[in-house]
Design a binder for this molecule. Structure first.
Ligand SMILES: [Zn+2]
Length: 493
């Protein structure tokens, strides 16, 4: 996530605030709660609808069914069996899992790709279920609502952005709620208990934390959300080991519990791996969208991100921001709506063409909610059945150069015609029975992957290229995908 001024604050309007004391289902203690169970469920449903609308469910009935089966087994045996539990695999390559209030659990195809057994999956589902049963999700909402009370409503840019296309809306913002360390370790505790009760080997939890630790260590380009919101996996490996050790005293032997490694990895066969280029991708600072058939370029050196319903960029200093979204209507209609917003002063608005596309462009000035005056440029371009809104702004003291820079970005927007890019397909995972003990390096020589060998080690749950894959195990290989582009350092191309 790139920190944007408009999604820093959580908007929870339209919710009735009802103060109540609720009993925590897990601890049995009563605690202050602003959210009733009905509201919790309503918020969860809203989050689900927006998550599925913007990120989308991953189309794989087998994976969905497995996640739903294990999730429901655990949830039905939990302290809150009557919630309308739902489990969804979403089409996102980030290593992430999250719980929305009311029992709506989401796990990404990205985290599935890094798992090697049903036991690991059960540990993640158990942890997320724990956030719901212990009402962490509801408590976070209470805090968000409380915070909201102290905020002004004059947040021009959040309303602008929602008007134009939907940005990170209320439901999605809930996904980025962070839980405290205590809540995390309580969820770990509950998750451990739940997975063991469901018959899964708790060593899967330790394996999962080790993998998360490796993912964090490798996070150069994209910081995995789950790892960033979940503190210190290393410490959690040790804690999990303590929990496993204490199990032996209770007469439960982890060795008699199931992990279902081989069938799990086989289930991943054919699954999309890494980003799906059909949904847009960057090469250097140029963004290509094969399905929507357009491309445009951010200034050199900018931080960029392809979010579910917008593409955003931020200058290295963080004081200039630019975003692209699809909007309903003709460029004239969308421009009119944008420039006529309350609190926004439009400069000259021009109708013309950009690279042969109908376009309306203009400068504007406004104020952010904290009073910072800003100046920006907005362009609305028609391509296919969509109008694209490209909006850039900076603190107005930046002056003329900003408008020129945004103008350059605007003029880079054009139809994508390169057949190689239009036909880009994602990489997929394939399961291979390891014929003899071999290192990841040897495995990769015999069964080459289109991702770096370090990543092959990572998704197979081992430390690195020199780690051994045991004979007979089912390992993962990655095939196909968009050929990696050699990028020169410092953006020099
Ligand atoms: Zn958590």
């Amino acid at each position: 996530m790139i920190a944007m001024p408009w999604n820093r604050s959580i908007l929870l309007t339209g919710l009735l605030l009802a103060t109540a004391c609720a009993r925590n289902p897990v601890t049995g203690k009563s605690e202050l709660s602003l959210v009733s169970e009905e509201q919790e469920i309503a918020l969860g449903r809203q989050t689900r609808d927006e998550t599925l609308r913007t990120i989308g469910e991953y189309q794989d009935p087998e994976a969905q069914a497995l996640v739903r089966r294990i999730g429901m087994e655990i949830a039905k045996a939990s302290e809150r069996p009557a919630l309308p539990w739902e489990f969804h695999v979403i089409d996102d390559d980030q290593v992430n899992a999250f719980a929305a209030p009311g029992g709506f659990i989401f796990i990404t195809r990205g985290i599935l790709a890094h798992m090697n057994s049903e036991a690991e999956l059960a540990s993640v589902l158990g942890h997320e279920i724990g956030h719901v049963t212990a009402r962490h999700t509801a408590q976070q909402v209470s805090k968000a609502q409380l915070a909201q009370l102290g905020l002004g409503v004059g947040m021009i840019f959040s309303s602008t952005v929602r008007e134009v296309g939907g940005a990170l809306s209320q439901g999605l913002q809930l996904l980025f709620l962070k839980f405290g360390r205590d809540a995390e370790s309580q969820a770990d505790d509950l998750g451990f208990r739940y997975m063991v009760a469901d018959g899964y080997d708790p060593n899967g939890a330790a394996e999962m934390f080790r993998t998360l630790e490796r993912v964090s260590a490798r996070a150069g380009q994209r910081l995995p959300e789950w790892a960033s919101t979940h503190p210190d996996p290393g410490n959690r490996v040790a804690k999990t080991q303590q929990r496993i050790d204490s199990l032996t005293g209770t007469g439960r032997n982890p060795k008699t519990l199931k992990d279902n490694e081989a069938q799990f990895v086989r289930m991943l066969d054919g699954m999309t791996f890494g980003q799906d280029p059909r949904k847009g991708f960057f090469r250097g600072n140029t963004f290509y969208h094969p399905e929507l058939r357009f491309q445009f370029a951010f200034p050199e050196g900018w931080k960029t991100a392809n979010l579910p319903d917008q593409v955003v960029g931020q200058s290295p200093e963080g004081n200039e921001v630019l975003q692209l979204q699809a909007a309903q209507g003709t460029p004239q209609q969308v421009a009119q709506k944008f420039f006529q917003q309350q609190g926004l002063r439009a400069g000259q608005v021009t109708r013309g063409t950009v690279n042969g596309l109908d376009a309306v462009t203009g400068d504007f000035s406004a104020q952010l909610e904290d009073g910072t005056p800003i100046a920006g440029t907005a362009g609305f371009l028609a391509l296919g059945s969509h109008t694209y809104a490209l909006i850039g702004f900076a603190a107005s003291s930046q002056g003329r150069s900003v408008s020129d820079r945004f103008g350059t970005v605007l003029r880079s927007f054009r139809p994508l015609t390169d057949p190689a890019l239009l036909n880009a397909r994602p990489a997929t995972m394939h399961s291979v029975r390891v014929p003899r003990d071999m290192t990841v390096q040897e495995f990769n020589k015999q069964y080459p992957s289109t991702v770096p060998v370090e990543q092959v080690a990572l998704i197979n749950g081992v430390d690195g290229p020199s780690s051994t894959l045991a004979a007979g195990r089912i390992a993962k290989q990655v095939q196909g995908g968009l050929a990696k582009q050699e990028t020169a350092p410092d953006g020099a191309r």
